[in-house]
Design a protein around this ligand. Sequence first.
Ligand code: ADP
Length: 542
Amino acid sequence: MHGLMQNHPLLISSMIDFAERHHGEGEIVSRRVEGDIHRSNYKTLAARSRQVAHALDGLGLEFSSRVATLAWNGYRHLELYFGVSGTGRVLHTLNPRLHPEQIAWIANHAEDSVLCFDLSFLPIVKAIHSRCTTIRHYVALCDADKLPADSGIPGLLSYEAWMGAQPTAYVWPIFDENSASSMCYTSGTTGNPKAALYSHRSTLLHALAGALPDALSMSARDAVLPVVPMFHVNAWGLPYSAAMTGAKLVFPGPAMDGKSIFELIEAEKVTFAAGVPTVWQMMLGHMQAGGLRFSTLKRTVIGGSACPPAMITAFNDTYGVEVLHAWGMTEMSPLGTVCTLKNKHLELEPQDKLRVRLKQGRGIFGVDMKIVDPEGQELPWDGKAFGDLLVRGPWIISAYFKGEGGSPLVDGWFPTGDVATIDPDGYMQITDRSKDVIKSGGEWISSIDVENIAMAHPAVAMAACIGMKHPKWDERPIIAVVKKPGSTVSRDELIAFYDGKTAKWQIPDDVVFLEAIPLGGTGKMQKTKLREVLKDYTLPGL
Ligand code: ADP
């Protein structure tokens, strides 16, 4: 017997309709590539998204056609989020930090029909447009009078002229909720990039779960700053969760430096911010140097790579901001776990509380996890046994776009490539990426643990631990370090800093000081590149 409830499809258009009706005055503030601050609200966003819908229809694009963006976080990008998906086309957010060759490859692979780009990315578009064989329309996200006459791109449209001429009334089409809504390519550290193809259903369910109190806890009383780029896994779903809850949205545009982010938080009374550790490192540096304090920020979600303990302590203890350590992947839309405390943790001593906060957290509703040994046998949730982490759920990938790489699933579970423990309370902790784990004398060393200790040293700005071949031990860890400007620390001082903080055999054998550690397109340390940089390095004594 079926239930007798209405069977409305879960569509992205329902979120913008809701935001307009219930939170029309809810603010959307953007720092633009032009440098100024632009103010809008959900009512205007909804009307302009419908204008985008008309404009796309006018181009004669078929259902599921890919509309690509090359843009920072801002209101126009948000209009495309709703306007493109709302009409049944697929929003393809390209990552401008990738090499132009790679961007062109990805655009061709996705078979993008339209490319909408911030004017600041014109040099990239100029460099690639002759090689992008499927793109038929180029739209610069600017006013008509800002359009360069000599762009070199045939038929280049100005976004404001293109969509601004359209009517604001539009009836969003109703279609199967399993239709594709957006896509995002993984970084492709091994082989060519592959795309996760999200659906309306997966996006809506992910946004609902992400907004829950023990996940990101979004509400109409929040002012949310997604520093995490909208070109990276839909900015962790924040634009959708915000529309669902009516939270004020504050977009940083291209200005990601510590000073600009801090000033935006203060000026717009931001209560909740989200980003990768490298961004917060820069902002904390700026605040420490100037003796600055937050007046409204209450919590910040930090994920994408492990959040160092020193950062959690600085936010919690020095600035009174709650850190929500979170873990996820492009293939998971991306939210998997968020570290929020249970009642039993509230009375813990600060050191013990920090130990919990350092974990990547509890699975949010909808994400099922397990850890397995090399034979695929499930391991206990005792906080000690570690193994390959597998996940499944309604916003986790079932296959890559175009079936690339064959089926990624093992018995219906997606292997994350992470190695983790899970404790009896369900808190998952990543010990490493499986390819970054260091195997020394038959034991495993967590590169994250080694990095976290170095990051707690006051002179260290960034630290990356990798294993180096060793004739006796198989591998030994070394740590590559970037010093904070004006700070000094010697190799021996840093090695001595590990004393008493970890087992002797887990202390790195050497320290290599570098000007910079190679970062990928999403701000994560690229250990494969680091290994190339250090290819002529030999361990001391060998
Ligand atoms: P995202 O798109 O969310 O950054 P990617 O697909 O680029 O994700 O990379 C996902 C990988 O990033 C995870 O498998 C994991 O190795 C790493 N990662 C993400 N969040 C964390 C975290 N909080 N701690 C440690 N590693 C993390």
